[in-house]
Design a protein around this ligand. Structure first.
Ligand code: SF4
Ligand code: SF4
Ligand code: SF4
Length: 259
């Protein structure tokens, strides 16, 4: 689908968390009309529909699971997350957040009511997992083997966090600074550095809006099954404590004040 310049500029003004969805809607709208070029008029027609009474509500699914494009061949991907995204989507559907929101929210549902999960395949975090209800980031933890180090310094040079130093006995890793991006293991020519563990870092309770907040990181690197279990428990917790459409992050905040 071709986008005219002013149509593309208009879509870029749509809030990023619904932009992908709106872009798809516009393209489907244009395609239904038998065309392959999106004009500014198409974007404006859809905008009018969205802003009309009940127009937005018909588009709301109650939840949203988004992923970065690591699965499309991004070389930085450390953990393919396709299966995890599918499993989380299934959990969301099972939890039926839409019915829950309809029973809790007075008036029209809005996109900001949706429960959002965002998955990134590496710490570059292109899908912005830090500002969603549950953010998941692929992680590859480096380990040091007994293979002799050639002191080539490739690992030191490539680490974006300056977390690797070369000591007399070979590489040393500052585990507090390391973000488990996997870069140092990939460049090590002697296999002195290896992937000790892969999994996911998880952040809970991020949001944007008037009072933005970054998600709080759960300690450790979680396996696929542990992430799925954590998401399941978070959804249960959210449905038990959220009233009137209160966001997950607000629920976590208010409960932490009474504990
Ligand atoms: S988060 Fe990492 S793996 Fe995903 S698209 Fe961005 S750079 Fe690639
Ligand atoms: S995994 Fe990434 S952040 Fe950690 S030490 Fe290696 S290059 Fe640095
Ligand atoms: S990349 Fe491997 S061989 Fe080179 S300095 Fe680092 S650990 Fe040693």
């Amino acid at each position: 689908m071709i986008w005219e310049k002013d149509a593309d500029a208009a879509i870029k003004k749509v809030p990023f968390f619904v932009r992908k969805k709106v872009r798809k809607k516009v393209e489907a709208f244009v395609s239904d009309k038998g065309r392959d070029k999106v004009t500014l008029g198409d974007v404006q027609a859809l905008k009018k529909k969205f802003l009309s009474k009940g127009g937005m509500e018909s588009e709301i699914k109650g939840h949203d699971v988004s992923a970065c494009f690591g699965g499309e061949g991004c070389p930085n991907s450390v953990v393919p997350s396709g299966r995890l995204v599918k499993d989380i989507q299934a959990l969301m559907e099972e939890a039926d957040i839409l019915s829950f929101l309809r029973s809790e929210v007075k008036g029209d549902l809005k996109f900001h009511h949706e429960f959002r999960v965002s998955v990134s395949d590496c710490p570059n975090a292109c899908s912005r997992p830090q500002i969603t209800d549950i953010g998941i980031i692929g992680a590859a933890v480096p380990g040091i083997t007994t293979e002799p180090c050639s002191a080539c310094e490739a690992c030191v040079e490539i680490c974006p966090e300056q977390a690797v130093v070369l000591g007399d006995m070979g590489p040393e890793i500052d585990t507090d600074a390391c973000l488990s991006c996997g870069k140092c293991m990939r460049v090590c020519p002697t296999d002195t550095l290896e992937t000790a563990k892969t999994g996911y870092r998880v952040l809970l309770g991020g949001r944007l809006g008037r009072h933005p907040r970054l998600g709080m990181e759960v300690p450790g690197i979680l396996s696929h099954d542990e992430v799925v279990d954590l998401v399941r428990r978070c959804l249960k917790f959210y449905k038990k404590h959220s009233r009137g459409g209160k966001r997950f992050s607000h629920v976590l905040e208010s409960l932490s004040q009474v504990i």
